[in-house]
Write a protein that binds this ligand. Structure first.
Ligand code: HEM
Ligand SMILES: *[C@@H]1O[C@H](CO)[C@@H](O)[C@H](O)[C@H]1NC(C)=O
Ligand SMILES: *[C@@H]1O[C@H](CO)[C@@H](O)[C@H](O)[C@H]1NC(C)=O
Ligand SMILES: *[C@@H]1O[C@H](CO)[C@@H](O)[C@H](O)[C@H]1NC(C)=O
Length: 519
């Protein structure tokens, strides 16, 4: 007897199986239609819906498969607020001129803009839930503790870079090819984890894999869930392999991180009992303990939340910088000369990283030229808000602001890669601080803008600079077969293909970059 027959109610025994199947199908379909009608996210009133209808795309599919072009079409046709229909409902797109007035409006909420995107109530999305429950916690860890410690952690960054670069790209002095994305991700995961968790966890294989994969699995898992019709989401969640991976990552992260947290609490307790000060640590476990001020802290969710914000973004930016070094090789010599001069004169300090003006400009131009996203400033409207053009953003709506990376009124010859356009601008009177890598401006939304602009950007910028100093002096890089690695595009996002490769060979660095006594 098969399973179906075993569980078939008695009254169905005389009804042919084919009829049963059809009847069941009809009931399921009607239930689905009824449910969809009740829960469908209708377009907002008063904002034109933009889609590439001329290509036969529905609004939802237009956003999903060609988000960047859909937005470009809306901006061109309306030059005013309009809406797109995403897998989780409508979103308003605002032209760039609204960026400044929305910097610090108290009607807005940042984490709520992501609530529907990541299915925070499902197990595995713990990192996303952390941000939503307690947004200020990670903000305070990052903006206050991490940023204030940049001087203290510069040596750790250099130490970890020395070891990671050697492990990842090796010592081969002949030209050879290597994976680009995964190797950069490995370096970034090690450097970030050195500062987030300290030694020895930052070199733990399982943790590094979690740090690298958690973000991507959650992007893919939630994206597959967004495509599925809402009624099927509870089912699809259990079938999507990336959601299964998320649950395992959270379990394993707990096993790795909690013993370390306990060890440190004990150590601090013992010191206090002996009448001494608890040992100071330059990593986020200690900061979380302090910032928590005696409250219950979910250290694991908080670490995953940090990884979510930090690893993928920094990996993309660093990998893109390497691609640009290959595409525009004329930038290499000036940047090498700058590194040699600054580091040999000043050694490794926070201040020396600030003196790398050419590299700073190059990184900002790299972000401008190939942005990760053409939209920024994701926000949720908590209280009705009127814009300067009298447009009213309704309660419960979500919006994004268009970037202006290609705007010719902001950028001279925007279609050209000009590595040192920002360092040139900084030499104009009164502009010394206006165009730094970490300075946000409505014309450069690479780190967002306003109250919720990326609080990790000071750290990220320093981390990428330390990596680039080592890579530029220790290696020559080139494109493989002269080809720019392909990108993967979805919605408005662009990401370098995980299959991308780079050509490289070890060269002799002109000055000693490594610390004298590495750990
Ligand atoms: C190059 C690397 C990075 C890029 C391009 C980047 C970009 C961004 C952007 C665009 C936002 C949204 C800002 C807005 O909407 O106004 C953001 C937010 C955030 N980023 Fe970054 N980020 C990077 C690295 C990091 C790192 C290393 C950390 C942590 C150490 C971090 C922590 C955060 C946090 C916590 C938020 C949320 C801010 C809030 O809740 O108000 N980011 N980032
Ligand atoms: C998503 O899950 C599949 C199946 O386990 C896996 O092969 C793939 O690498 C995952 N994607 C990412 C980016 O982790
Ligand atoms: C896609 O871009 C949006 C808008 O900038 C951003 O909020 C979101 O985190 C990005 N998603 C991915 C997967 O990079
Ligand atoms: C953006 O840059 C322009 C040009 O330097 C400057 O006038 C403006 O004040 C900046 N905006 C912000 C918000 O800093």
């Amino acid at each position: 007897m098969d399973v179906l027959t075993a569980y078939r109610p008695a009254f169905l025994e005389n009804v042919p199986v084919s009829i049963q199947v059809i009847a069941f199908g009809a009931i399921a379909i009607s239930a689905y239609i009824a449910y969809s009608l009740l829960t469908i996210e209708r377009p907002l009133k008063g904002f034109p819906v933009v889609a590439l209808t001329e290509r036969g795309l529905s609004p939802k599919w237009s956003w999903y498969s060609a988000g960047t072009e859909t937005v470009a079409k809306g901006l061109k046709e309306h030059n005013a607020p309009f809406q797109v229909i995403t897998g989780t409902g409508p979103k308003i797109i605002l032209p760039n001129r609204f960026a400044d007035e929305l910097r610090a409006r108290e009607e807005l909420n940042f984490p709520k803009a992501f609530e529907k995107e990541f299915f925070v109530n499902y197990p595995g999305f713990d990192g996303h839930r952390q941000g939503l429950i307690d947004d200020w916690f990670i903000q305070e860890i990052t903006r206050v503790k991490l940023t204030q410690s940049l001087n203290l952690i510069t040596h750790d960054l250099v130490d970890e870079t020395t070891a990671a670069v050697h492990d990842v790209f090796g010592e081969d002095t002949e030209w050879h090819t290597a994976a680009l994305k995964d190797n950069v991700a490995e370096m970034v995961a090690r450097l970030s984890s050195r500062v987030f968790l300290g030694l020895p966890l930052c070199r733990n294989r399982r943790w590094l894999d979690i740090a690298k994969d958690y973000t991507i699995d959650s992007f893919i898992g939630s994206q597959l869930m967004r495509i599925a019709p809402p009624i099927l989401r509870p089912v699809s969640y259990w079938l999507i392999p990336n959601c299964t991976r998320l649950r395992k990552q959270v379990r394993d992260a707990r096993k790795l991180i909690m013993p370390e947290v306990e060890r440190r609490k004990e150590r601090a307790q013992k010191a206090l009992e002996a009448g001494q000060k608890p040992p100071k640590t330059a990593d986020t476990i200690g900061w979380m303990y302090e910032v928590g001020r005696g409250r219950q802290v979910d250290y694991v969710a908080a670490q995953l939340s940090l990884s979510l914000a930090a690893i993928h973004t920094t990996t993309e930016s660093t990998a893109q910088a390497l691609i640009d070094i290959c595409r525009f090789p004329e930038v290499v010599q000036p940047m090498r000369e700058e590194i040699i001069q600054v580091i040999s004169e000043n050694g490794w300090t926070k201040a020396s990283l600030q003196k790398l003006r050419l590299m700073d400009s190059f990184l900002k131009e790299s972000q401008r030229f190939t942005p990760m996203s053409t939209l920024s400033m994701n926000r949720y409207v908590e209280k009705e808000l009127e814009l300067s053009d009298r447009t009213v953003l309704p309660v419960g709506s979500r919006f994004l602001v268009a970037a202006a990376f290609q705007d010719p009124s902001m950028y001279d010859e925007p279609e050209k890669f000009k590595a040192f356009r920002f360092s040139d601008k900084r030499q104009e009177p009164g502009q010394a601080n206006a165009w730094g890598h970490v300075t946000t401006n409505s014309s450069h939304l690479g780190f967002g803008h306003g109250q919720h602009a990326c609080p990790g950007r000071f750290f990220a910028s320093n981390e990428i600079k330390v990596i680039l100093c080592h890579l530029l002096l220790k290696y020559d890089f080139d494109l493989v077969d002269g080809e720019v690695p392909p990108t993967i595009n979805f919605e408005v996002n662009k990401s370098i293909s995980p299959k991308s490769k780079v050509s490289l060979r070890r060269r002799k660095e002109e000055i000693v970059l490594d610390l004298e006594s590495p750990s």
